[in-house]
Design a protein around this ligand. Structure first.
Ligand code: NI
Length: 313
């Protein structure tokens, strides 16, 4: 039976592959001299001009892909004067993507408090956040007033969103921001996350005015402050370049909330042995211990034990 053109092509490809494999085998002289150290997969990959699995995963934005070298470095907020940029209510492709362009261009990091039900169809937006070194956090499934819900419904709102974020990005959220800042400490469930409010409310949803958003953000910015904005308004997205520049002119470093609270594991300073899976690095452990010793900051409240809504977070 005659071979089809397809099977001839297949044989050619297999033969080419076999030739490539043979060229990887040590030359006879090298074999006589002893096995010698094996090249690392990364080295082998570089020699062959083939991207590593990690590199491919990062390029494709797959969950769990490592942050590329282009991601902003994690600052040391024990030394630098840090201000956290936080954006709520996305992802919204039309506005969130241009904002990510700005953050990438400015080499700045921020935290995104996303609404769970908006993730479907925007998975690539979330993966781009993670790839650029942004932190993706929890803003509930569909933005209810949590103080009006029974405890089990609150837990379901947070858990469902945590699962969607983790499934999409490969990184679990650490913080939950209650919609409208509506939260009763010690009563409202957190489903294992830390509550995250803010110090500076730009009220960007109200003014929808770029110049006002810039002024509000810079007027309230001081070391340790968390700035609240919403990545669903073009007027806010347009304000971010001037906010980042203005903070830096004031000697402040725009960071994510994890950076600010010192809970982000820092990359090792020098190349060392690969970390064992599931074993935290000494840096991560010390950051965790510092975080445990520092209670989360909460804004002042008008009623004892109750945080009142102060914006459209
Ligand atoms: Ni909100």
């Amino acid at each position: 039976m005659a071979k089809s053109p397809f099977s001839r092509a297949l044989r050619t490809v297999v033969a080419a592959g076999a030739t490539a494999m043979i060229t990887l085998l040590p030359a006879p002289a090298a074999a006589q001299a002893g096995p010698g150290p094996l090249p690392s997969p990364g080295r082998l990959s570089a020699d062959l001009g083939v991207p590593t699995v990690d590199r491919l995963a990062a390029d494709l934005g797959l969950p769990g892909a490592p942050a590329p070298a282009s991601a902003p470095r994690r600052p040391d907020c024990g030394v630098e004067r840090c201000v956290a940029l936080t954006f709520d209510d996305g992802p919204e492709r039309a506005t969130t993507m241009p904002l990510l362009d700005t953050l990438e261009r400015k080499n700045a990091r921020a935290s995104f408090f996303v609404i769970g039900r908006k993730i479907a169809g925007n998975e690539d937006v979330l993966r781009r956040m993670t790839r650029l070194g942004m932190d993706v956090e929890n803003h509930t499934w569909d933005h209810p007033d949590l103080r009006r819900l029974p405890a089990d419904a609150v837990t379901a709102q947070i858990r469902r969103t945590t699962d969607a974020i983790t499934r999409t990005t490969g990184v679990a959220p650490r913080y939950v921001r209650p919609p409208y800042g509506s939260w009763t400490p010690g009563v409202t469930p957190t489903a294992g996350l830390e509550p995250a409010l803010w110090e500076v409310d730009t009220r960007d949803w109200e003014s929808l005015d770029t110049a006002r958003v810039v002024r509000a953000a810079l007027a309230g910015a001081r070391p340790g402050a968390v700035i609240l904005m919403h990545d669903v308004h073009p007027s806010t997205v347009a304000a971010v370049p001037a906010i980042i520049d203005g903070l830096r002119e004031r000697g402040l470093t725009p960071v994510s909330l994890r950076d600010l609270r010192g809970v982000a594991p820092r990359p090792a300073a020098a190349p060392g042995p690969a970390p064992l899976p599931g074993v935290p690095s000494p840096e991560a452990l010390s950051a965790e211990m510092r975080a445990a010793a520092t209670p989360p900051r909460l804004p002042e409240v008008d009623l004892p034990g109750v945080l009142l809504p102060t914006g459209s977070a």
